[in-house]
Design a protein around this ligand. Structure first.
Ligand SMILES: Cc1cc2nc3c(=O)[nH]c(=O)nc-3n(C[C@H](O)[C@H](O)[C@H](O)COP(=O)(O)OP(=O)(O)OC[C@H]3O[C@@H](n4cnc5c(N)ncnc54)[C@H](O)[C@@H]3O)c2cc1C
Length: 641
């Protein structure tokens, strides 16, 4: 969630400890194995979705799967495992380190855009916050796609199936903080509530009770109704990060029908033939690096792109699956004209404000007090307990604008419905900033106000035909013509200030601190937001699903079963498929999407086999496009044929 540093987290150097035996560490070294194996499915990207799919599809021992990941296998690096160290992972070797275009809505600032590049993808570098999204969000996916299978009533079984929700003995009064019977306990993904109580927890509860008409108590944010003040669940199990590498991929590696190839980037998908007039696209091209050999490999059944909301549209556009005019302008041969590929990009804008507090018992001590820091680290190392098991906050509030808010006279409500929030308020027990630079000494509370129903849409377009040149990423943050986004960010900050002005906080909070303290008029608040807002890193929607068949602009690039419109043998399963960004943290919605996708794929009869007119399966093959784009490397590739 946070894109820069919590100062206390800058403690440990990366301790590398790769230990997965059955992994293929390099395409070059594994060439013999790859050439001699026939894969039913090739999954591209080992993040939230790719990890879940690789596990579920290989439950059937007769199904052979290859999972290809651009990053390393180092998912059990200490900085990844220790929850409190999450902030050090952005800008690290595990981050693609993208940058956006100058954002008009952010005073033309370009901002860093994190994405995970390691087994587990962004689940290995994220902030582990665990939200399923509201029932109204899922019901809207069903209505946009015309597929009732995306309804809350159907996906709830997947939400439970994937969970191992812990009722940890370390969580005080746990029964009032979550609803046990709506959670799963036997699934792969570990989750639970914070194990350490903080002094501000009781103050937060008192403030909620004092202001209960505005901030209702919600016993479980994952019930389908997210609205209100609640306790924050995390994908943390027994004190350590839970991610798709640890929970889905590692357990499946013991199966002989899963191969995982890391340090390997897929550069495009390839057409292998036609079925009638429909192109069959069931092959991938991949390489170890910009100047390394290129390989082609065909799947018996399908290629599944799970490279995330940046990687997946980039691969499709490089392959000629996207807007035909864009392909033409770059000299890429178009396979199918799909105007929505790379469009519809959405993310959640984020804003921090700091409050100086009178107590010296805050999590700031993890950086201010080296003795305390060492004690806490020892607790984590020895027992997986203590403050290093914590995430960004223990409590938060998910709120809606009032139904009669004046903004709705001019703008129709962009939220999915009454169970879905317009904004989120996070209450963190320390100083958090994203701008870098020196931290003030002292003790703080940080309010993080985030917009969850952005009306703006951005885009991803190619910079070049070189797959190693990053695409042009424009999430269009706060660039709304109707004024809804900046208005709602302002209302979020005001609501957070109201919460922190409750009588309950009077002995704790001294005053708002720093530049924001002077932002009192609407104009000043808006200026502060535009100057300082960043992003929650939930990028979604760039290859959205829509109703079946129609591939015109705005109708979605995917069918409701996540197959790519206009071709056979190719599916997209990741956060790029959401037609609207879920008004929630997006990891669990992506897991849920992948869990259902696995069943859709297993039940699908639409196998794009090579018995149609096209090339044979499971073999390295040359391709015409490869020759034109990578002319200098042709000689190297030829050696492999
Ligand atoms: C810093 C940060 C903090 C976040 N905090 C939270 C949070 O607290 N809670 C929450 O719910 N969500 C959070 N998120 C968002 C959440 O992690 C993502 O929504 C989710 O992981 C998306 O899953 P995905 O499968 O679509 O993509 P990813 O998990 O990003 O996986 C995509 C994978 O594909 C690989 N890949 C990409 N291109 C290629 C290619 N060409 N060839 C081979 N492999 C490729 C990538 O390396 C990556 O491993 C955060 C994200 C970030 C970056």
């Amino acid at each position: 969630m946070f894109s820069h540093s919590v100062r206390a987290a800058l403690l440990l150097s990366a301790l590398s400890s790769s230990s997965l035996g059955a992994l293929l560490q390099s395409a070059d070294d594994a060439a013999d194995q790859l050439t001699s194996t026939h894969y039913d499915y090739i999954i591209v990207g080992a993040g939230a979705a790719g990890g879940a799919l690789a596990n579920r599809l290989t439950e059937d021992g007769s199904t052979k799967v290859l999972l290809i990941e651009a990053g390393s296998s180092d998912y059990n690096n200490t900085n990844i495992e220790v929850p409190w160290l999450a902030p050090v992972l952005t800008h690290s070797q595990f981050d693609w380190n993208y940058t956006t275009t100058p954002q008009e809505g952010l005073d033309n600032r370009s901002i860093a855009y994190a994405r995970g590049k390691v087994l587990g993808g962004s689940t290995s570098i994220n902030y582990m916050i665990y939200t399923r999204a509201a029932q109204d969000d899922w019901n809207r996916f069903a209505s946009v796609t015309g597929d009732d299978g995306w309804n809350w009533s159907n996906i709830l079984s997947y939400a439970k199936k994937l969970e191992a929700f812990q009722n940890s003995p370390n969580v005080q009064n746990a029964t009032s903080k979550f609803v046990a019977n709506i959670h799963g306990t036997n699934g792969p993904v570990g989750a639970g509530l914070p194990q350490v109580s903080l002094p501000i927890d009781q103050i937060g509860l008192n403030a909620q009770q004092e202001l209960s008409s505005e901030f209702k108590y919600n016993q479980d944010v994952n019930s389908g109704n997210m609205i209100g003040f609640s306790w924050t669940p995390f994908a943390i199990q027994d004190g350590a990060r839970s991610n798709s590498a640890r929970d889905y991929i590692q357990p499946a590696l013991g199966r002989s029908n899963l191969d995982v190839l890391v340090n390997t980037q897929v550069t495009k998908v390839l057409q292998t033939g036609t079925d009638g007039n429909t192109p069959i696209v069931n092959a991938v091209q991949f390489t170890s690096g910009p100047n390394e050999k290129l390989y082609n490999l065909t799947a018996n059944k399908e290629v599944i792109l799970s490279a995330g909301s940046i990687g997946t549209p980039q691969i499709l556009l490089l392959s000629g699956i996207g807007p035909a005019d864009q392909a033409k302008s770059l000299g890429i041969q178009s396979i199918v004209d799909l105007p929505d590929v790379g469009q519809n990009m959405q993310d959640h804008p984020l804003l921090t404000t700091n409050f100086q507090v009178s107590s010296n018992d805050t999590l700031d001590n993890l950086s201010l007090n080296t003795t305390f820091q060492a004690e806490q680290l020892a607790l984590w190392t020895n027992n997986r307990t203590g403050d290093f098991t914590l995430g960004a906050c223990n409590q938060w509030a998910w709120q809606r604008l009032a139904d009669d808010d004046p903004i709705f006279k001019n703008v129709s409500d962009p939220s999915a419905g009454p169970t879905s929030p317009h904004f989120q308020l996070i209450f963190s027990d320390l100083f958090i900033a994203f701008s870098g630079g020196a931290f003030p000494s002292g003790h703080f509370l940080t309010l993080i106000s985030n917009l969850y129903t952005p009306t703006t849409r951005g885009s991803l377009t190619l910079n070049s035909t070189d797959p190693f040149t990053y695409p042009i990423i424009n999430p269009g943050l706060l660039n709304d013509e109707n004024g809804f986004d900046i208005y709602t960010m302002r209302q979020a900050l005001k609501a957070g200030r109201r919460f922190l002005a409750a009588n309950a906080w009077k002995d704790w909070i001294i005053s708002e601190f720093g530049e924001s303290a002077n932002a009192t008029s609407d104009a000043d608040i808006d200026a502060y937001i535009r100057k300082n807002a960043l992003v929650v890193n939930h990028v979604s929607g760039t290859v959205a699903m829509g109703k079946s068949g129609d591939s015109s602009k705005g109708a979605g690039a995917l069918n409701p079963d996540l197959s790519v419109k206009g071709v056979k043998g190719l599916r997209v399963v990741d956060a790029s498929a959401f037609p609207h960004i879920p008004a929630a943290h997006t990891m669990v919605p992506t897991y849920i999407l992948a869990e259902r996708a696995a069943d859709l794929i297993k039940n699908s009869n639409s196998t794009a086999s090579g018995s149609k007119s096209g090339s044979g399966n499971g073999a390295f093959t040359p391709s015409a496009t490869l020759v034109s784009v990578f002319a200098p490397l042709v000689a190297l590739v030829a050696l492999l044929l």
